[in-house]
Design a protein around this ligand. Structure first.
Ligand code: TZP
Ligand code: MG
Length: 216
């Protein structure tokens, strides 16, 4: 087990990059989020060449340092090329067992799930966490489907032991309901990367999530 894997139990706000929505660019967003205390970053990039992705992924790895987990979305090959801490994959990406064979036992694998059944299967297959999606309707991912509502998180929480990271349509107004609903951590893409001050937004999410957990 790597040190980074142990960090999974301590994460609050989870940053997913989006170069299409970002005001200041992916590298700047990662730098600001890490400075604000974000301890897990997922590099989600679908619009540049593999060659450029590897350059950028390597820069993000440096920004994450030893403090923050660095995952690559979808691309197990890119994660391997830069020795990232792991990957985040979807239901239609490489199956977990194949990803695990390539990455080895120490890397982190997160899987997107939409139901209790998918979450149970993810845990059984050796996922380190699930991304439960989408909690609310979102226009950031066109094929995300309809929001399941924060009240749907509890059944997933009761079914599995690995952490649940909530994603989809989350903002500062509805974050409390998501954490109280049973999520261990949450992602808010547009609410953070569309902001002019990613550091401040991240700081506010981190503080809010910690407070809700502490008061719960
Ligand atoms: N996967 C499920 S919903 C989503 C992704 C990548 C987009 C979430 O973006 P936002 O802006 O936080 O709703
Ligand atoms: Mg995917």
């Amino acid at each position: 087990m790597t040190d980074k894997r142990a960090l999974l139990d301590k994460i609050d706000f989870y940053l997913v990059t989006d170069s299409g929505l970002s005001r200041k660019g992916t590298l700047s967003d990662v730098e600001k989020a890490v400075a604000a205390g974000c301890r897990i970053i997922q590099y989600r990039e679908k619009s540049i060449s593999t060659k450029d992705m590897i350059v950028e992924a390597s820069q993000i790895k440096t920004l994450c340092g030893r403090e923050s987990i660095f995952l690559v979305n979808d691309r197990v090959d890119v994660a391997l090329a830069v020795d990232a801490d792991g990957v985040h994959i979807g239901q239609d990406d490489m199956p977990i067992d194949a990803a695990r064979d390539l990455l080895g036992p120490d890397k982190i694998i997160g899987l997107t799930v939409h139901t209790v059944e998918e979450a149970l299967e993810a845990e059984k297959m050796g996922a380190d966490y699930v991304g439960l999606s989408p909690i609310f309707n979102t226009s950031t991912k066109k094929d995300a489907g309809s929001g399941i509502g924060p009240e749907s998180i509890r059944a997933v929480k009761d079914a599995i032991k690995i952490p649940i990271i909530a994603i989809g349509g989350i903002n500062k107004q509805n974050s409390e309901s998501v954490i109280l609903g049973g999520a261990d951590s949450l992602v808010a893409i547009s609410a953070v990367v569309c902001s002019d001050d990613v550091e401040q937004e991240t700081r506010e999410f981190v503080a809010l999530i910690r407070k809700v957990k502490k008061d719960a």
